[in-house]
Every structure is written in structure tokens, then in C-alpha cells.
Design a protein around this ligand. Structure first.
Ligand SMILES: Nc1nc2c(c(=O)[nH]1)N[C@H]1C(S)=C(S)[C@@H](COP(=O)(O)OP(=O)(O)OC[C@H]3O[C@@H](n4cnc5c(=O)[nH]c(N)nc54)[C@H](O)[C@@H]3O)O[C@H]1N2
Ligand SMILES: Nc1nc2c(c(=O)[nH]1)N[C@H]1C(S)=C(S)[C@@H](COP(=O)(O)OP(=O)(O)OC[C@H]3O[C@@H](n4cnc5c(=O)[nH]c(N)nc54)[C@H](O)[C@@H]3O)O[C@H]1N2
Ligand SMILES: [Mo]
Length: 656
């Protein structure tokens, strides 16, 4: 059985290095590569089950043209020549009539490969198409972090082992950071205390000494309250604060507004819970906050991140090994993706559409040039984007020329005029630099792509030629682009570059102490204004809806793997037992979840504690009327990011 090296391409901080077994032609098994110490020879169930998808009869293997009404899923095979001619022909007509901004690219993170993920940006810039602001995930958190910490990185996962107090804050390790679980266990074995801060008892609760369940969108108030206690009780590290921060006096002057008593109505936490948490944080030698992103997908998510980022500075945690945060910005950009993004071609006057506002944009809202063509690649907007009903109305427009580059019939592909067949990672060449730690790996295809499958870059090369873009850039090979990115990287030594190009996973050390990468080298606690808290968006309904990751799937990816879909089970709404009882709902009942945007059926689950007034929907399921039919296209305070955890709903028993 030949075994080849590869890397996991999914949008996950773990960025595993893989060993792929084949029978000479088809992939038979995927395991973890022991050469990457973080992967440590094992991978999650999602990857272990992936081989069945590679050979699934449901894969799209040729270009397809729509024959039935939009959304009906009726298509006939056509050749690549026909597909490319048709796209170029339609685009040239549309550009002549409306200008190139009438074309909107939509992509996100189906593959994290440096070339295939980013190359479309360069192509669409060269065409002059509308720009897409890609803030579907954690941009609110990044913007909040940036305002306090600039371009600073935080810890690597293995540093967490040295902490003596680990706060799993809005982070469900078994789902999204599985390789951190053994590290946290080792820290516990050495005496570390672990506290979960979430809106419900996730499987991470099993790792924690205790769980603190907060109201969604209240994390900023909780962090400010912790700062208030630290300051009032003399638990801050004033020497660190004066040497390494600016704005502490200005922030300190506001803290009396945030006593645990005053924030109780916001967080739902008893004052003694917050005091005990702050005291434990202040007393720890090297407290570490493992910070997920769920809390930041809120109208106040950027500001909440600023408040949380102030905590390690207040106690001088960054100066202690294992202290600080992990999970915010755990790797610098190891390679420069501008080689394929071509930012020099961006024109400031070009129309920009925020990825979260696809539905409104397709309805003509907020756009100067109406969108007449949508090109979707490595993304599934019909499932993952807020205001699903608006997205589906837009995709249903007969006058919208939609091209979808996909691996199987997603809900988005169903609405395409043309579908182009896309590969799995084992069929492509690319360079991977995970965002959860400092690692880089170059991979070559393990198997030939089946049928007429082509990677993102190959398709943009074809489209560039058909559209008359004669820049030789579009004629380069993926291998050349990967090599140039590696050669140009300022993070790698010559020896490491050679190792990367030989296909080895290369893991970089984290410096200690981590440098503060702001203009003045200081952590900014009041710039432009002291950190504060304000209420999230919400609505008139009684319950806050939170979207959480499912263990067996990753956003809408892996919905195509039957074993994983079965293991995940039906669309479930996790509720607090009192909230359910008040509505006459019991575990296993079917309920209708409603707000002004949509109506979604869920099976009620009461088996995990949920903070009162909150309902939790894990995972992104296929079909219409799924959870994003209930999420608004509103944006966060900083970073113009998704607010998919900041919506309100009412829940009713479904009487059939
Ligand atoms: N198995 C699996 N793995 C994944 C993914 C997946 O869907 N499934 N998604 C991938 C992607 S794209 C990403 S970005 C990462 C995400 O990884 P993380 O950033 O760790 O996960 P989040 O989706 O942000 O959600 C983490 C937790 O935030 C909690 N949460 C939500 N709102 C609040 C709040 O207001 N306050 C607090 N304290 N907690 C809150 C949720 O209940 C959830 O338990 O994981 C990646 N890995
Ligand atoms: N309700 C709810 N909504 C969410 C989330 C949630 O947890 N709950 N998570 C949010 C987050 S954090 C994120 S990051 C986004 C993710 O949103 P997306 O990036 O759209 O992620 P996926 O749903 O994984 O869809 C990726 C698609 O890309 C395809 N693909 C994979 N590789 C390739 C390739 O090489 N080429 C091409 N052309 N296609 C490829 C896959 O088949 C898949 O259909 O969703 C967001 N939306
Ligand atoms: Mo994400």
C-alpha cells in the first residue's frame, strides 16, 4: 500500500499533516502524520471518514449546464470548452452592458491552500469585478485584537501546557481544537485548573473543573467586571502595565461602572462567581485564555475582544511562560499571498459587497451596480450565510448568471446555471499554513483527479485566457507559485525552505516572551477610547439564538459523508429545561423556531445545561429552512463581521 504525505485543507486551526494510503489508484485510508508533532499521528473522525466521499457516486465529475428551473437540480454534462466559452461569452455581454462590477465573486474557506484559496481574488481584480469583503468568520475578533495588540501573535497550542489556569472561553475543544485536548489534560495532571466559559455545557465541560455559563453577547461585560475586581483588590501587575501598556489609567477610571453587581443583569452571573473567577485569574502564575470566536459573532464582538485582550495585560500574563491567550492570532502570515491576490490591481472606487450581505446585495440593496452574475467557489452561501431566505431568493433570480465550482451538489450548486467540477485536496497541489499554530507544508497530489475535475487555479487560468487577460501570471503553474511563496518567506531559514519544498511539515518555534507588534511596542488599552461594553443587537423575541460548531461536520463541509451525517443526527435546538417547560416542550419534541426572517423546525434537546434565555443550534445542515434562515445580515461593531450569534427567536411546540 503506497503511503503519501498530504495536509488537511479544511478551515480548522488544527491544520493536520496527513498520511494518505492508496491502493495505487484510490485513497483507502487517511491518518495523521507523526512527522508533525502537533498532529502526533492522529486525525479527527471527519478526516478518517473522508475516503468514502472521494469515491462517492454523488461527486460532480464534468461541467454541468442547467436544464430545469433554478434550484431544481436538473443539469446535463457539457465539455470544459463549452463551459468556458459560455462563461466568457455571458461575462463579455454583461460587462459591455453594466461594467465588470456586475460580476460578484463569492468565496470563503472550502480549501485553506495558499494558492487555491486566494487565487480568485487576483483573477477577479484583473477583471474589475465587484470586491467581496470576506468577514464570515472571526473578523470581529481579529479587529478587536488588532486595536489592542496590533499585529502581535498569541501563544502556540503547546505553550498552553505551561499554564496553571486555563480558561476555555467560547471554545469547544473536542469539536474545533481536538489536539489541544491532550495538552490541556497534561496541564491538569501538573495541577492546572480549567474553567469553561460558554453559553452552554459543551463537551469541553468534561475537561473543566467548573463551567461558568454566561448570557450570549455579555463576555465584554464579564471581562470588564474581572478587570474591576483585579484592580479593586490589588491583583493587577502595575509594573507590567506601566512598562508595556498605554491607556491603563483611562481604562481604570471607567472600571467602577463594571462591578460584578452592576454587570449581573447583563451576564446573568452571581457577583461571587465573577469575583472568584477574577481572584483565581489574578492569583494564577501564568493564566491562559483559550479563546474561540463564537462570542465575537455579535454586534459588540469587536469590543468584547478588546475587553478580553486587556486581561492578560492587566496581570502581566504575557511575561510568564504559558500565560496570555491562545487561539486569536496563533501564527503570523508565513507566506505572502499577495502573489496570487494581486492587491496592486484593486481600485478604491470599485464596488464592495460584504460577504454577510449577499442576500440584500442580490436584491439590489447597497449596490450601485446591480449584480447580474455570481461566481461561487469553495463556499456554500445557500447554507452558511445569514438570512438564508434572502440568499435563496437572490440565487433564484432568473436574470442572475450563476457559476458554482463544487465537488458535489450543494444547496448553492443546485441554483447554478453552470457547475464546474472541483477537487478534494488529495487531488491537488498547494501550500498550507494553518492559523492555529506556526506550521507550513507543501503538498503534491496523491491521486489523479477523477473525471474532468479541475482546481481553482486551473479554472481561473482558463477563464483568464478566455477573457483576454494576457498577464503571464495566469499562465503560471501551481508548483511555481508555491515555490515562489516559500522562497520569499521571511519566516523560514534556507534549510527550512528546502524541507518545505521536499514536502515535510515544518513547525516553527514560538518566541518567548512574544513581541508586542504595535507601532510603539505597547498594548493599547484605551485607543481610540477606553474599552467598554454595549448591548448586542438582539430583537423583540424572548430567546437568544447561538450557532455552535458540530463535532462531526465543519460548517457545511462533510455533509456529503453519510457516516458523519448519521453520527451528527437531526437538526437540534439545545434549550434550558425551564425555558422548554414554560413552552410545553420536552426532550425529543419537534419545535418551530421563529423570528421575522424565517421559521425552522428543530428537535429539542435538554441533555446539556444551557444558560437561561438562550437556544443553541449546532452545525450547518443541508436544505432550506435551516438555522441561517433565522440569522440577520447585520454586521459587528469592529471588522464588519458576521453577527450570526446575535439574533433572537421564539420557540413553539409544533402541533402537527
Ligand atoms: N468539528 C468542527 N470543527 C470546526 C468547525 C466546525 O464547524 N466543526 N468550524 C471551523 C471554523 S470555520 C472555525 S472558525 C473554528 C471555530 O472554532 P471556535 O472559534 O472554537 O468555535 P466557535 O464556532 O467560535 O464556537 C465556540 C463556542 O463559542 C460559544 N459561544 C457562542 N456565543 C457565545 C457567547 O456569546 N459567549 C461565550 N462565552 N461563548 C459563546 C459556542 O457555544 C461554542 O461552544 O472551528 C473550525 N473547526
Ligand atoms: N449557522 C452557522 N453558520 C455558519 C457557521 C456556523 O457554525 N453556523 N460557521 C461560519 C464560519 S465560522 C465559516 S468560516 C463559514 C464557512 O463557510 P464556507 O467557507 O462556505 O464553508 P463550507 O460550508 O465548509 O463550504 C465550503 C465548500 O467548498 C467546497 N470546496 C472544498 N474545496 C474546494 C476546492 O478546492 N475548490 C472548490 N471550488 N470548492 C471546494 C466544499 O465542497 C464545500 O461545499 O460559515 C459560517 N456560517
Ligand atoms: Mo470559520
Amino acid at each position: 500500500m503506497p503511503t503519501c504525505r498530504s495536509a488537511c485543507p479544511y478551515d480548522c486551526p488544527e491544520g493536520c499533516s496527513l498520511l494518505v494510503e492508496t491502493d495505487g489508484a484510490a485513497v483507502t485510508a487517511i491518518t495523521g502524520d507523526p512527522a508533525n508533532p502537533y498532529t502526533d499521528g492522529w486525525v479527527c473522525a471527519k478526516l478518517r471518514n473522508l475516503p468514502s466521499a472521494l469515491r462517492s457516486p454523488h461527486r460532480i465529475l464534468t461541467p454541468l449546464r442547467r436544464t430545469g428551473p433554478k434550484g431544481s437540480g436538473q443539469f446535463v454534462p457539457i465539455s470544459w470548452t463549452q463551459a468556458v466559452e459560455e462563461i466568457a461569452g455571458r461575462w463579455k455581454e454583461l460587462i459591455a452592458q453594466y461594467g465588470p462590477e456586475t460580476i460578484l465573486p463569492y468565496s470563503y474557506a472550502g480549501t485553506m491552500g495558499a494558492v487555491h484559496r486566494n487565487c480568485g481574488e487576483g483573477f477577479f481584480r484583473a477583471l474589475g469585478a465587484s470586491e467581496l469583503t470576506r468577514t464570515l468568520c472571526s473578523s470581529g475578533k481579529s479587529a478587536g485584537w488588532q486595536s489592542v495588540m496590533g499585529d502581535s501573535c498569541d501563544l502556540s497550542p503547546w505553550d498552553v501546557e505551561h499554564s496553571d489556569l486555563i480558561l476555555l472561553w467560547s471554545s469547544n475543544l473536542p469539536a474545533t481544537r481536538a489536539h489541544l485536548v491532550p495538552i490541556v489534560r497534561r496541564a491538569k495532571a501538573r495541577g492546572a485548573q480549567v474553567i469553561l466559559i460558554d453559553v452552554y455545557e459543551t463537551p469541553s465541560a468534561a475537561l473543566a473543573d467548573r463551567s461558568i455559563l454566561v448570557r450570549p453577547g455579555s463576555d465584554g461585560a464579564l471581562a470588564l467586571s474581572m478587570l474591576q475586581v483585579l484592580q479593586a483588590e490589588g491583583l493587577t501587575d502595575e509594573a507590567y502595565l506601566s512598562a508595556h501598556t498605554t491607556g491603563w489609567d483611562a481604562l481604570k477610571a471607567t472600571l467602577e461602572r463594571w462591578t460584578p453587581e452592576q454587570t449581573q443583569a447583563v451576564t446573568g452571573l452571581a457577583p461571587e462567581t465573577v469575583r472568584a473567577l477574577a481572584r483565581a485569574y489574578g492569583a494564577a502564575q501564568a493564566p491562559c485564555i483559550v479563546l474561540g470566536s463564537g462570542f465575537s459573532r455579535s454586534g459588540n464582538g469587536g469590543e468584547a475582544t478588546r475587553a478580553i485582550a486587556a486581561l492578560p495585560a492587566a496581570v502581566g500574563a504575557w511575561a510568564k511562560r504559558g500565560g496570555g491567550t491562545y487561539g486569536v492570532c496563533s501564527s503570523p502570515s508565513l507566506v505572502d499571498k499577495s502573489l496570487v491576490k494581486l492587491p496592486h490591481l484593486a481600485r478604491p472606487e470599485t464596488q464592495t459587497v460584504n460577504i454577510n450581505q449577499l442576500g440584500p446585495a442580490l436584491a439590489g440593496e447597497g449596490v450601485r451596480t446591480p449584480i447580474h452574475s455570481l461566481y461561487v467557489y469553495h463556499a456554500n452561501p445557500a447554507a452558511v450565510t445569514s438570512d438564508q431566505n434572502a440568499v435563496l431568493r437572490g440565487l433564484g433570480r432568473e436574470d442572475l448568471f450563476t457559476v458554482v465550482h463544487e465537488r458535489y451538489m450543494t444547496d448553492t450548486a443546485r441554483y447554478a446555471d453552470l457547475i464546474l467540477p472541483a477537487p478534494y485536496m488529495v487531488e491537488t497541489e498547494d501550500l498550507y499554513t494553518p492559523y492555529g499554530y506556526r506550521q507550513i507544508q507543501y503538498v503534491k497530489p496523491v491521486t489523479d483527479p477523477p473525471g474532468e475535475v479541475k482546481g481553482n487555479w486551473q479554472v481561473f487560468s482558463l477563464l483568464a485566457r478566455a477573457m483576454g487577460l494576457d498577464d503571464p501570471h495566469f499562465g503560471r503553474s501551481v508548483g511555481e507559485l508555491c515555490r515562489e511563496m516559500v522562497e520569499r518567506s521571511r519566516w523560514l531559514t534556507g534549510e527550512q525552505k528546502a524541507q518545505v519544498l521536499a514536502g515535510e511539515p515544518v513547525v516553527l518555534e514560538t518566541p518567548f516572551p512574544l513581541p508586542v507588534e504595535t507601532e510603539d511596542g505597547k498594548i493599547h488599552l484605551a485607543d481610540p477610547a477606553p474599552i467598554t461594553w454595549y448591548p448586542p443587537h438582539g430583537g423583540p423575541e424572548a430567546l437568544r439564538l447561538v450557532c455552535a460548531p458540530a463535532v462531526h461536520t465543519l460548517n457545511s463541509s462533510f455533509n456529503e459523508v453519510p457516516a458523519l451525517e448519521q453520527a451528527r443526527g437531526p437538526m437540534t435546538l439545545r434549550m434550558n429545561a425551564d425555558d422548554a417547560a414554560r413552552r410545553g416542550l420536552a426532550h425529543g419534541d419537534v419545535a418551530l423556531c421563529v423570528n421575522e426572517l424565517g421559521r425552522v423546525r428543530f428537535t429539542v434537546a435538554l441533555d446539556r445545561a444551557v444558560v437561561p434565555g438562550t437556544v443553541v443550534a449546532e452545525g450547518v445542515y443541508p436544505g432550506r429552512d435551516t438555522v441561517n434562515a433565522l440569522t440577520h445580515a447585520r454586521l459587528s461593531d469592529l471588522g464588519a463581521a458576521t453577527t450570526l450569534n446575535d439574533n433572537t427567536v421564539e420557540v413553539f411546540p409544533l402541533t402537527l
